[in-house]
Design a protein around this ligand. Sequence first.
Ligand code: SF4
Length: 311
Amino acid sequence: MKKRTILLAAPRSFCAGVERAVDIVERLLAARPGPVFVRKQIVHNTHVVDELRARGAVFVDELDEVPAGATVVFSAHGVAPAVRADAARRGLDVVDATCPLVGKVHQEARRFAARGHTVVLIGHAGHEEVEGTLGEAPAQTVLVEDLRDVDELQVDDPTKVAYLTQTTLAVDETTAMIDALREKFPAAHGPDTADICYATTNRQAALSAIAGRAELVIVVGSANSSNSRRLVELATRAGTTAYLVDSAADVPPDWLDGVKVIGLTAGASAPPVLVDEVIDRIREFGPVDVIEHEVTRETVRFTLPSEVRGG
Ligand code: SF4
């Protein structure tokens, strides 16, 4: 049988914000005698959550499920100030795993709102990161999801408009929305290259470099992972059939029928081992050459919060 080729995108898989968030929960589980509660999924990946749950983490949707005085971790996606206030009222011992790059967007939201701007947030309704950012200045923030929303947007004072973005959006689509927003409100303030984080940008660039050469693209990530879903869309827009899989078991043999070149990547919340397992799965159906294509090397690391540092 002729060999298949896997083009492996790099960078892929865990980003610095996800590594930090997982590390925080692991350290708390090792150091604290009582249960460690985590509000929402610590990161949007089923395997990460299942593994931490098996080691003792208790995942809850809201703080009213956490007993007074207990330790609770806020997820990498961040929380609205109202959630922080609720935690303080309940006397909870909070350890914050919000990614510093999400924290930066919150800071910008507060800064623009304090100057009396209407804050236009480009993002997806219902995503936890968006809910957290919206919560910084709810009366002054308006969410736009697509170009039509920008077109229909009305503000009190067109000279006082600022924009922010979710960190895990598609770079090309977001650029188009910012261009439309600036055309409509020439005085709009905001980051030149959106708030899309380095990890999202790099994973999209890495996949762009190989998607056109692959007959099939497999993205490892969970269905609720925004940056993973954007990778599937990017490959699809490049004209290549693309699938999102949570694990190797989700790859059926018929996807590989007649396919010689497979592009493989993983979203920022998907553990690297899952990518190895997908390669092993593809090998079950015939010999494979794996060629990694690295577009950039990531060196970003974030400091841990003081509660879990040291030792
Ligand atoms: Fe932070 Fe970006 Fe990773 Fe989200 S994807 S946790 S914003 S580094």
